[in-house]
Design a protein around this ligand. Sequence first.
Ligand code: NAD
Ligand code: FES
Length: 288
Amino acid sequence: MFRIVKKERLTPLIYRMEVEAPRIAASARPGQFLIVRTEERGERVPLTISDYDPEKGTVTIVTQEIGASTADICSFGEGQSFADVVGPLGMPSDFVGMTAGQLEGQRYVFIAGGVGTAPVYPQVKWLHSKGVPVDVIIGAKSSGLLIYKEEMAGYCDNLYVCTDDGSEGFHGMVTGMLENLVTVQGKRYTQAVAIGPMIMMKFASLTARKLGLPIVVSLNTLMVDGTGMCGACRVTVGGRTRFACVEGPEFNGYEVDFDEAMRRQTMYRQEEKSAEPHVCRIDLRSSD
Ligand code: NAD
Ligand code: FES
């Protein structure tokens, strides 16, 4: 069982939970994700890792209540336990495998949208620990929905906050801020990373391409097994079918077919809306 040692409400619908999972905490790297099941036969919900502490043996997840399964996760309190937490899954971010020489001279800009801001945090921390300069752009619909401002500020060189309604920081979307930084303020970056809603990652990739800036995106596709067997997470990248769970979740933003990815992401929206708390009929461990 995986006990929740700390739970905090970050916005009306977003919760942060620190969960005991010592083996995952020992091997997790930035960019990877977990699959959580609240009960033995519950739905398998993929969530990007938002922090990990090998010494305490905990991993942190940040969940937005948007459907039956995420509401189920968010209903758990401190001291309660999830039946199952599997991970770390997927490939770590590219920079994790880079040598000190390869990281030298790099300058990263992160584009973080809504609840997608949380998984940016371990990436920024990692790069900061290697002495790589990092700027972070965080966007949300309005001031009260911004998350991870204080946490991020401790590890990045510059933090730029944007709100769609202008209630805090730059009045506009994260893509407008990125364009402003490069074309008006003359900032120079070697690599961009975007994590957030699929539509944001699509437009961040188009903006980055216009600016001649390489960009990586983290795809939150549908997932079932998370191990490359079911094909639920397939995406087209560079004209080829790729499985986000084992080959991603991070891919070159220039090459992702976002329109297809968005269509696939909404395939079960109606079922999700009308869902009773889900009970999975497929037991992946059974042999019959
Ligand atoms: P949101 O809709 O409030 O958008 C956040 C920010 O993204 C906006 O403030 C804006 O700056 C930017 N944005 C949105 N649409 C844009 C567009 N068309 N062009 C340019 N910028 C745009 O975000 P939310 O409600 O928190 O979204 C949650 C979504 O994030 C969910 O769909 C969830 O699945 C996804 N998510 C993704 C990841 C990941 O790993 N990619 C992780 C967690 C959550
Ligand atoms: Fe099944 Fe990726 S989630 S193959």
